[in-house]
Write a protein that binds this ligand. Sequence first.
Ligand SMILES: [Zn+2]
Length: 338
Amino acid sequence: MLGTMLHGPRDVRCEEMPEPAIRLPTDAIIRLSASCICGSDLWPYRGLNAVTAPLAMGHEYCGIVEEVGAAVTTIRPGQFVVGSFCLSDNTCPHCRFGFPSSCAQREFMTGAQAPLARVPLADGTLVATPGLPDDALIPGLLAASDVLGTGWYAADAARVRPGATVVVVGDGAVGLMGVLAASQMGAGRIIAMSRHKARQDLAQEFGATDIVAARGEAGVAQVRALTRGIGGDAVLECVGTAESMAQALQCARPGAMIGCVGVPHGVALDGQSLFFAQAGIMGGPAPVRRFLPHLMSLVLERRIDPGRVFDLTVPLADVAEGYRAMDERRAIKTLLRM
Ligand SMILES: [Zn+2]
């Protein structure tokens, strides 16, 4: 089959590779209905994470089960399934506490930018739909696998409550999904920080009530002005840089929670600033599996349309162009057709 391999910085190829097979009795093999490129795929693509051996790319997936291992009991061939980018058993103490992304058996999904993929820990990781979903719903269900689940976690970790004033730092796909999540959770006001027209428009479509285009001190001042000097009740940090983290802390009112889902690169927090900010921080890899059943229902019932976040679709053979478009910020998120 043809699949996606990263060989080095900016060298991603669609190339011939062996089809995946069951290796452990807890595995499943799925045939992907669609796949996509994640903002986090850009870290190794840009050479910011060292690539020492070719990497099989792709960790967002949904599709039809082809085969399951002998120990898989709840998932069966022919079912349409969505799984998290974090593979988890859904039974260990961390899973039961709501943090499957810290599962005692955690692995990270790989190799999903391909027509077939191996999913370890299938029973714990995969959630099946009641029947085969309409083709139009595939992008939304695919989004639930990571980007929507991660944006949802940002809002959940920031404890967005009905009527809350929410500040979203970051207008990438995850930030936009954070806006959608905050809106679904009943936020009264959602301030999206974005400098790009297309992203501002999508943020408003997903429920943003205010847009702040400024960054740094000017951005903080605008958020303060919009909130009568108070700041946000909940802040979603969806970037992961020192600047975005500083922005999030300064936009948080005392007592606020900050949901951090941008993987930190170069972020160092000062103890005294944190102490006097009186804001809580909750973050990490999103426990998407906890939210999956709810998010899949919202998509299947057409109450949300997170698939709108895909603004570029390319066939798998053109995966390199999909990466380039996201790297150059010509695309928010690329969907790969199988
Ligand atoms: Zn677990």
